[in-house]
Every structure is written in C-alpha cells, then in structure tokens.
Design a protein around this ligand. Structure first.
Ligand code: BES
Ligand code: ZN
Ligand code: ZN
Length: 514
C-alpha cells in the first residue's frame, strides 16, 4: 500500500473515498462536510441518531457529486476533549478497516484529531503507522491471495512539506514497516524459519536498513563458552546461530551501549519435558522476542537515530532426540554459574543468560533490555492486554512507560522480592531454571543473576506477541509487539531526533510494496 501526504489545495482528484471524522456530543465534523450533498445526508443521519460519533463508530454512504458517485466513510472520534493518541489509533484502524470492507481503492483522510491540540506531525505518523498495520495479513503461503482493493491513502495537509509533516510521515512509514517485518518473521513456519534462515534474513535486513550483522556458528559459540545455550540447542539436527547486530548511530566508538537481547527459539517443543499438542502448535512464535529486537534495530537504523545499540539473538530449536538435555541435568553457562535443569521447557532463560553475558563481556554493553516469550503465566495473569516488565532500575522503567504512550503498547511492572530470588536457587547447583511458583517473576529473578548489576529491563512479551484473532490493528498470529515501544525508548534515552534522508520521495516509492 502507498501512503502519501497530499496538499489539501491540490485541485486534482485525490481519491474515490473520503474519511470524515466526527466529534460526539454534539455530533459535528472536525474538518467540515466538504460539500452540500454530503452535508444534507449526514445531517439527517445525525438527527435520526443513526450516527453518533462515538469512538470508532463507522458509517459508510455513497454521495452523488459533480456527476460521480463518491464513497464517504464517517468515523467517530468520541468526545472532543478526550481525544488523544489512543483515540487516533482506534479511529484510523476502524476507518481503514471499513474502507477495505466497502472496497475503497484510494482513500483521502485529514489529520484526524489535529484540531484538538494534537500535533499534525504526530497524527500523520499515527495514520501512516496504523494504516500499514491495519491492512496486514500473512498470505505468503496462500496460492490465491486475498485481493485488497485499497491501494493508496492520501493524508491531506495544509503544509505537506513542513518538517513535522515529513518527519511524522517518514517515522510512521518506517515504524509500520518494521512492525510488519517482525510480524512476518513470527508468522513464518518453523520448517522455513529455522536458526539458519533467521540469521540469513537478519543479514539481508541489515544490508537494507543499514546495520552490521555478524553470525556465529557452533564452533564459535563453543569457543565463547555459551554452554547453557548449546544445551538447549543440542537435540536439534539444525545447528544454532548466534546473531549479533550492531548499529552505532553516533559514528564513534565507545559511549553508552544498549544491548537488545531477544529470545530466538525458532521452535519450542518443550524438549523432554514435552508440551501437549495444544501447547506446541503455535510454538513457532517463540522467537517473538528476536523479531521485536530485529524490527526495533531496523527502525532505529533506517531513521538514523543517534543511538548505540547491539542486538543479540541466540537462535536455536528446543527439540527432542537422543541428544536432548534432560530434566535433572546440571549444566554450565558462559558466566560460569552452574544450573540445575528442573524442566527442559524453561529453555528461554538459558539462551538469554548466555546472550546477556555475551553482550556485557564481549560487546561491553552498559544496559540490557531483553525481550522474550518467556512464560505462559504472564498471559494467564495479563490476558493479551499488556506485557510484563521486571527490572532493577526505576528510571529505565519510567522511560519505558513514557515510550508506551507514544506506541500504545502497554507494559505492567511486577516486583522481584528477595523471596523470589530464593525460588531460583538450587541445593545441587548455583541456580535452577524451574521455579515452582511465581513463574513469570522467578524467570526475571533468574535472569537478574546474570546482569552484573547493570540497568536492566526484562520484558515478557508472551501476553501480546501472538493474537488468536484480529483485534483492532493487532493482526492474528504474530503482532510485531514492542518494536515501536523499544524504538521510542531508545529515541528518548539518547535524546535523539529522526533524520529524514534527502530523497524522502524515493524512500516513499521504495516503501510502496509493504
Ligand atoms: N515458550 C514458552 C512460554 C510460552 C508459553 C510462550 C505459551 C507463549 C505461549 C516457555 O519456553 C515455557 O514453556 N515456559 C514454561 C516455564 C516453566 C516450565 C517454568 C512455562 O511458562 O510454563
Ligand atoms: Zn519452553
Ligand atoms: Zn520457549
């Protein structure tokens, strides 16, 4: 789909379908009716109470104007004084979905809500980003693709070339695209996206987006001493890969480095502590953390943020074979701590702690953010409403919560008390990977043992990384969760701004095929 900012004064036809936003109580259009034909009809709809302007409410009609039939989608913005970013996300999603339903081809839309105090640049960003996410579906393997008529969206602006409009547009385009990339990675089945293929795709993306990628194989991983990671990987016939992404936006070496560590289990059978069929059948999703890291770094690199990040993914499969690690085994780790394996299905933390130790020791990271589909309990607790955050740093959590307002991706912090630490101590080894209770928190307590006191955020994305249904702009299957949150977090941590490349127009062309 192509999205453009179009000068409101340009006389040529901008589309076959218009979106008109309406406030509620009283019901009135934010940018006027546009023409008397539409005004006449809509006023009747308002009088009869058929359209009330509540958030996300939609009503489509066709008007006869200047000899042509034109479609109009009315969308409710709710009460004027309550309009915020989340209102815009919802209304844009509802309007775009309605446009798809009525087979609109080209949509024109004013910056919804920008007359109520929101910056036009922010609204343009949200429209761009949410439109891309709203039309997404994963149909790589369908021989007959679903044909979506909607090909183009014009965002109307009085100042289409202003810095805020262009920046908002470009940022929205890149963030929408990066989230779609993360969705695609999660949705690829595990027979296609194994550790080798995941590494190959990251290399490819690094070339496109402008970050460096190093891929390490079995022998190098052994040399590094990543013993816990290798135990998880050993049952599979497909070898593991350690994928390291580097992006240094300041162009200088040294400085403050943030490590993004993503859980990269391309499939999780549970190992010998095997999952049920029901528990296993969507476990291609277990590299969702890796996908979020890849998406976030891709966005950061394309928007040339002045940040310094390293991404680390220990990619492998947790399989069952004669070489499987067993419940009861005592294994090593890169950090030198011994671990009692209480459950081979608690494999994610074993790959994460070696990745974190690698990030600290070899990449010299100053802070750690790990993202992982780590515990089923996180979803049991939160449903699909928010990710769980565990941390040793209040300021970092506050920054993430701030980012969350820009992204609309909710996070909820849980505590780690001393009693939780006791749950991961073992009488046979230094630690055990299988706590008996408080599993989401204990997973964090386990990981914390390896962060060397550095500022650290652990985000358990099990609640939101996967959707069983299309809900709003969160597509069924992989959702690309946390890509935007992490992007905004990094942007604010380093106080960076976006850099729009000189040929932003060429960039728009390139983005067409999303
Ligand atoms: N990948 C799973 C967690 C998961 C389950 C993510 C469902 C998304 C949906 C993880 O490896 C796992 O199995 N964790 C165990 C840990 C337990 C054995 C301590 C869990 O949550 O049951
Ligand atoms: Zn598992
Ligand atoms: Zn897992």
């Amino acid at each position: 789909m192509e999205i453009k900012i179009t000068d409101i004064h340009a006389s040529k036809d901008k589309g076959d379908t218009r979106v008109l936003g309406f406030y509620q109580d009283p019901v009135e259009p934010e940018y006027g009716y546009g023409d008397p034909e539409t005004e006449n009809i809509v006023k009747v709809l308002i009088q009869t109470g058929d359209f009330k302007g509540t958030i996300g409410e939609v009503f489509s009609l066709t008007v006869f104007r200047k000899g042509f039939l034109e479609k109009v989608v009315l969308v409710g913005l709710g009460k004027k004084e309550l309009i915020d970013f989340s209102t815009i996300r919802r209304t844009v999603n509802c309007a775009v979905k309605e446009a798809v339903r009525i087979k609109a081809k080209t949509l024109e839309m004013s910056p919804l809500g920008a007359r109520t105090g929101l910056r036009e640049g922010d609204v343009i960003r949200l429209i761009t980003e949410i439109s891309l996410l709203s039309v997404y579906s994963f149909d790589t393997y369908k021989t007959e693709k679903k044909d979506v008529a909607l090909k183009k969206i014009h965002i109307l602006s009085r100042e289409p070339n202003s810095q805020e409009a262009v920046e908002g547009y470009y940022e929205g385009m890149v963030l929408g695209t990066a989230t779609v990339q993360a969705r695609d990675l999660v949705n690829e089945p595990a027979n296609v996206l194994d550790p080798i293929e995941l590494a190959r795709r990251v290399v490819e993306l690094g070339k496109q987006s402008g970050f460096d990628v190093e891929v390490m194989h079995q022998e190098q991983i052994e040399k590094l001493g990543m013993k816990a990671f290798l135990e998880v990987a050993r049952a599979s016939d497909i070898p593991p890969r350690l994928i390291v992404m580097r992006y240094n936006g300041t162009g200088i070496s040294g400085g403050d480095i943030t490590a993004l560590v993503g859980k990269g289990l391309t499939y999780d059978t549970g190992g010998l502590s095997i999952k049920t069929n029901e528990g296993m059948d969507t476990m291609k999703r277990d590299m969702g953390g890796a996908a979020s890291v890849i998406g976030a770094i891709s966005a950061v690199a394309r928007l040339k943020l002045k940040v310094h990040v390293v991404g680390v993914i220990a990619a492998c499969e947790n399989m069952v074979s004669g070489r499987s690690y067993r419940p009861g085994d005592i294994i090593g780790s890169m950090a030198g701590k011994s671990i009692h394996v209480g459950n081979t299905d608690a494999e994610g933390r074993l790959t994460l702690i070696d990745s974190i130790h690698y990030a600290l020791e070899i990449e010299k990271a100053d802070r750690i953010i790990d993202l992982a589909t780590l515990t089923g309990d996180a979803t049991r607790t939160m449903g699909h409403t928010a990710d769980v955050v565990l941390s040793n740093d209040d300021e970092l959590v506050a920054e993430l919560e701030k980012a969350s307002e820009f992204s609309g991706e909710r996070v909820f912090r849980m505590p780690i008390y001393d009693e939780h630490r006791e749950l991961v101590l073992s009488d046979q080894a230094d630690l055990t990977n299988a706590p008996v209770k408080a599993k989401t928190i204990a997973a964090g307590a386990f990981i914390r043992e390896f962060v060397q006191g550095k500022p650290w955020l652990h985000i358990d994305i099990a609640p939101t990384a996967w959707a069983n249904e299309n809900t709003g702009y969160r597509s069924k299957g992989g959702t690309g969760t946390e890509v935007r949150n992490i992007y905004y977090l990094l942007k604010s941590l380093y106080g960076s701004t976006v850099k729009v490349p000189a040929g932003a127009d060429t960039e728009r062309q390139e983005d067409k095929g999303v």
